[in-house]
Design a protein around this ligand. Structure first.
Ligand SMILES: [Zn+2]
Ligand SMILES: [Zn+2]
Length: 132
């Protein structure tokens, strides 16, 4: 597979990217490993980690994660808002189109903006149920 960015993806990277694009769960590296292992049984966790970092570096996937939480990966690289569970750290996409805020250049405290991360914090349905 040759991407429009002009480099080739190895079979391992292609499988990782395809599996990640199939799910909406924003899996951790461990969960990606479990998914990919069903297709490439001999792949190692270290290889999955390295390939996830590679795909992030190329802008093909997103890496999410609050400080201290496990990193999660997202097969949708375009910026989009997320909801994170404050209890179990699971992450979901916001289900409808809402506008990503853009700040005028005079309001950035001199910073160059590289990306925007909109995240709502809540309690997921599973954790709500567990509380009752
Ligand atoms: Zn939860
Ligand atoms: Zn997402």
């Amino acid at each position: 597979m040759t991407t429009d960015m002009g480099f080739r993806l190895s079979k391992q990277r292609k499988v990782i990217l395809e599996e990640l694009k199939k799910v909406k769960t924003h899996p951790t590296a461990d969960e990606v490993y479990d998914m990919v292992r069903k297709i490439i049984p001999r792949i190692s966790l270290g290889t999955v980690y390295r390939n996830l970092e590679f795909l992030c570096g190329k802008g093909l996937i997103l890496k999410l994660g609050a400080p201290g939480a496990q990193k999660r990966f997202d097969g949708t690289p375009e910026p989009h808002p997320h909801i994170r569970c404050a209890v179990c750290t699971s992450v979901a996409d916001v289900d409808c189109d809402i506008e990503i805020p853009v700040i005028p250049s005079e309001c950035t405290s001199g910073y160059t903006i590289l990306s925007t991360n909109v995240e709502f914090v809540g309690v997921c349905p599973d954790c709500q149920e567990a509380r009752q």
